[in-house]
Design a binder for this molecule. Sequence first.
Ligand SMILES: Nc1nc2c(ncn2[C@@H]2O[C@H](COP(=O)(O)OP(=O)(O)OP(=O)(O)O)[C@@H](O)[C@H]2O)c(=O)[nH]1
Ligand SMILES: [Mg+2]
Length: 300
Amino acid sequence: MQKMESEQIFRSGFVSIIGNPNAGKSTLMNALVGEKLAIVTPKAQTTRHRIIGISTGENYQLVFSDTPGVMKPKYKLHDKMLKSVGVAIADADLILLLSDIQENFPEQALFTLFKTTKIPVFLILNKADLSSKEQITLRREELEEEIKPEQTFIISALKKTGLTELLTAIINRMPEGPAYYDADQLTDKPERFFVSEIIREQIFLQFEEEIPYGTEVSILEYKDMGDRVHIEAEIHTERLQHKGMLIGKQGAAIRNLGTASRKNIEAWLGKPVFLQLYVRVAEKWKDNQRYLKGFGYDNI
Ligand SMILES: Nc1nc2c(ncn2[C@@H]2O[C@H](COP(=O)(O)OP(=O)(O)OP(=O)(O)O)[C@@H](O)[C@H]2O)c(=O)[nH]1
Ligand SMILES: [Mg+2]
């Protein structure tokens, strides 16, 4: 009888995924939610906004937050990114501190964020598929000593190993509580946000060096006509020279970018899309409060 009662408990809570750039945070959130919400690229500092992913089961609802990688801020943009990590930590019932076993740059900036928090931490060692037992043990000892996590998990977010065990432990660690969102809701941001992220992902994948880091995407027009969607987006870049490279010879680069973006947006929305891209120069936008506000960095 008692057993039956305990089975009825509904658990819910906020789980924030924190870590260095490129640790695999977005890959992990997508895998845990079972849907590609956050963009993933091989380049560091891909994620710029906190992104929520909701996973609802019969007895639980987990509200994950994927966050930008923690690094030393160089621009106002980075200050805002870091602030969103701070908010995600403060809001959390549980923190998943994700560490890439392969990386050996220190996680010092991260540790300072944890010094004052009493929120429980699970240490997640990621990219086990690329790592030897010795590497894993060494990393584990180093980080457990520094962070003193409640539990440690060794996973591959990419290959989806160790995730069932992790998910069960997360659910069990949640307090008893209500569902905060409808069972079929996956995230909190509108579709146009994800469209701009898909275009940004393609810029990260198709262009090298400074271009992705100096680029932002905003949606000028988003018209859902029922059977298809009409989208016009603007790519803001820091320099005139980069604008030229984004457009390419006789518009070849922007055409490729447009085609790849459109295909991915169509897959995400599940209907045909008309996509028009424009490129404009927005000098020093990364340090310009007005631009940053326009790009949504004030609504953390
Ligand atoms: N081999 C391997 N690669 C992984 C794993 N998890 C993530 N990656 C790769 O690592 C790279 C970075 O992944 P992301 O999920 O974008 O990392 P992130 O922590 O969100 O990065 P930022 O948003 O830049 O902070 C991508 O190329 C992923 O495919 C893993 O378990 N194994
Ligand atoms: Mg990311």
